[in-house]
Write a protein that binds this ligand. Structure first.
Ligand SMILES: Cc1cc2ncn([C@H]3O[C@H](COP(=O)(O)O)[C@@H](O)[C@H]3O)c2cc1C
Ligand SMILES: O=C(O)c1cccnc1
Length: 337
């Protein structure tokens, strides 16, 4: 395990400067290699950027993905009693069973992209408190879930794919994004799994009530006040990955919003993470812009589970195949390099 200070949120929030940083030497060497490969300079666009990103975080000018780990964290939320999702909260556990049997979209996309998937249910029988009435989690509950998330990370993997499952999560995410970025609740609420106009109105009212109750929360306190256990586990996993210099692919709106309190505590916490795809959920593009992320894919998806992140793994593998496998101008005897 890691030596992250999981004894208090304040200590964790202060730990960013102690974490490993980007290896500029390895990244510069990777960038120099890209410029010698048999292609016009920069013509592989964001594939080049991905290879250099991997090089810097892995500390290796020629990085590889031998082992990709995907983690899906699942949790239940007190706010589902407020009618914020068209689906009942039982679906969370039912989908966990579906993941375990291999029947969900994430199972197919992990197999396709070559990631090994683990599902981590977090006390599904004990939903977090309704955040309009109390903090969703105590500090101890939040730290416990963060530790569980951190412990699920295999420090030997080369890249980490993160996803979630939790009915009500598009409302939780709207609340987290609103608390971190500001603005009216209506800017952050979308239809999620298909809320109708009355459902959207209930979601907005829930986010507004949560934000006014927890108006004082800043940084990681936002995570405990408004998040769920799966959001806390995602934050813990992001931190553990950082300790092991493992780059992270965040899925869509829900994963990005889960990570947003880390950004609020210190933007450096997310330096090794990339948002994989921009979700159809309308708050996602706004959230990505606010935290300086430019999602890799735009496929009109809004599923969650880590599906967009698993797809982005294929892109990352493609980027590294080119980076490591292409001939240089000198090797190929091509003029002009
Ligand atoms: C069958 C099913 C499979 C899912 N897989 C991911 N989600 C996604 O939908 C949920 C958030 O939407 P809302 O806020 O509207 O409840 C999350 O669990 C998310 O992972 C699913 C939702 C359903 C119904
Ligand atoms: O983008 C997401 O993560 C998302 C959006 C809606 C529903 N489930 C997940």
């Amino acid at each position: 395990m890691t030596d992250l200070p999981f004894d208090s949120l304040a200590a964790l929030a202060d730990s960013a400067p102690t974490l490993p940083g980007f290896d500029d030497g390895a990244a510069d060497a990777a960038r120099a290699r890209q410029d010698t490969l048999t292609k016009p300079p920069g013509s592989l666009g964001r594939l080049e950027e991905l290879a250099i990103f991997m090089a810097g975080w892995r500390g290796d000018p020629r990085p590889h993905v031998f082992d990709a780990q995907a983690l899906v964290f699942a949790g239940n939320h007190g706010i589902t009693a407020r009618g914020v999702s068209p689906f009942p909260p039982e679906v969370t556990a039912q989908m966990v069973a579906n993941f375990e049997r291999g029947g969900a979209a994430i199972n197919q996309l992990c197999r396709h992209a070559g990631a090994r998937l683990s599902v981590v249910p977090l006390e599904l029988d004990r939903p977090t408190a309704d955040f309009t009435e109390a903090p969703a989690m105590t500090e101890a509950e939040c730290l416990d879930a963060m530790r569980t998330g951190a412990e699920a990370v295999d420090p030997k993997c080369d890249v980490l794919i993160l996803g979630e499952m939790g009915i009500g999560n598009s409302t939780v995410s709207a609340a987290l994004a609103c608390a971190v970025c500001g603005g009216p609740a209506v800017d952050w609420v979308g239809r999620g799994t298909g809320a109708d106009d009355a459902g959207v109105a209930r979601k907005i009212a829930t986010v507004e009530a949560g934000l006014s109750r927890h108006a004082d929360a800043t940084g990681l306190a936002i995570l405990a006040a408004l998040g769920g256990r799966e959001q806390a586990a995602i934050c813990g996993a992001i931190l553990a990955a950082r300790v092991a210099r493992i780059p992270v692919l965040l899925d869509g709106f829900i994963c990005t919003a889960a990570a947003a309190p880390l950004f609020a505590a210190d933007p450096a916490f997310l330096a090794h993470a990339r948002v994989a795809h921009v979700s159809r959920e309308p708050g996602h593009a706004r959230l990505c812009a606010a935290i300086g992320q430019d999602p890799l894919l735009d496929l009109g998806m809004a599923l969650g589970e880590g599906t967009g992140a698993a797809l982005a793994l294929s892109l990352l593998r493609a980027a590294l195949e080119c980076h490591n496998g292409m001939a240089t101008f000198a090797e190929a005897g091509v003029a002009g390099g």
